[in-house]
Design a protein around this ligand. Structure first.
Ligand code: FE2
Length: 302
């Protein structure tokens, strides 16, 4: 569907159990094309969860409990459809370039989004190949980046976030360090892992880091590395967070509804906290405390 990435998959009904051969073909197409679009699917939370299991262990979103589906912890709502007259916390998520859950020690592997309702104009999602972005850098810059680690900071998540929710997010997710370049476990290829949510580089001052981060973000967001998905209702889109960044385009009329459901699987990669003591208090996806989650969620209803 794009020069750098993206493929459309037809002739498969994801609401039904799939045979091993079909799953294998989908996985192999996914590794090759990074974003797969399955049009005209008829999914609900249960069937979306069932299909997601083919791509690993489901995240139950303990690191961001605000946006969960009321009946399924593994399903996140990406929706501006008001609930009890209030805008949901996840209404305008993801409107800067990012890779899902990079602000946790165990970022997402696969993300799957199913479109239920879309605005009449706009609300696309853009994806950038971080393989292609890395490959296009000079060998000197690549070698420099290979040794760097970025501090991924949840406070950079979005400019349109409710301040109370952002505070809860920060409390649940202290800054996390990941390498600036990741080797994809399946393709074996290097991918840039720097995006709008990287605050600084370890061992460098902010003044030194910021121009490099700015350059890498602008570099990787060039149209030649990007596929822009124009949603249709009943599209299921599957993408790989280990070698892509993406952005939800905030270019639609906010009085029109954009309603999608999302699942993701846990990556096999582990980062570490910027402040090692954070590990004792942080609500990591592996060690969420129900009290913290309940307190954070209750802020929504104040
Ligand atoms: Fe996202």
């Amino acid at each position: 569907m794009g020069y750098a990435l993206g493929a459309r998959v037809s002739g498969v009904d994801l609401s039904r159990p799939l045979d091993t051969d079909t799953v294998q073909q989908i996985k192999s197409a996914w590794t090759r094309h990074l974003v797969l679009v399955f049009p005209e699917q008829h999914l609900d939370p249960e069937t979306l969860i069932a299909f997601t299991r083919h791509f690993g262990e489901l995240d139950n979103y303990e690191t961001q409990p605000f946006n969960r589906h009321p009946e399924h912890d593994e399903v996140m709502l990406l929706s501006n459809r008001p609930v009890n007259g209030k805008l949901p916390a996840g209404a305008y998520n993801g409107q800067n370039w990012h890779t899902d859950l990079s602000y946790t020690p165990r970022p997402a592997k696969a993300t799957l989004v199913y479109c239920i309702q879309k605005p009449s104009v706009g609300g696309d999602t853009m994806f950038a190949s971080m393989y292609a972005a890395y490959e296009a850098l000079s060998p000197k810059m690549q070698a420099f980046l290979d040794d760097l680690e970025g501090v991924n900071d949840v406070s950079l998540i979005s400019a349109r976030r409710d301040p109370a929710i952002l505070e809860a997010f920060k409390r649940l997710n202290p800054p996390v360090i990941h390498p600036a370049v990741r080797i994809h476990p399946e393709s074996g290829k290097p991918a840039l892992y720097v995006n709008d949510r990287v605050r600084t580089f370890v061992g460098m001052s902010d003044a030194e880091s910021k121009p490099i981060i700015k350059f890498l973000c602008e570099h990787s967001q060039q149209p030649r590395f990007v596929y822009r998905h124009r949603w249709s209702v009943r599209d299921l889109v599957l993408w790989d967070n280990r070698c892509l960044t993406h952005l939800a385009v905030g270019d639609y009329d906010p009085s029109e509804i954009r309603h999608m459901i999302r699942t993701s699987t846990m990556g096999d990669y582990f980062g570490r906290f910027e402040n090692p003591r954070s590990a004792e208090t942080a609500n990591t996806s592996a060690a969420a405390t129900s009290t913290e989650v309940a307190q954070a969620a209750s802020m929504l209803h104040d």
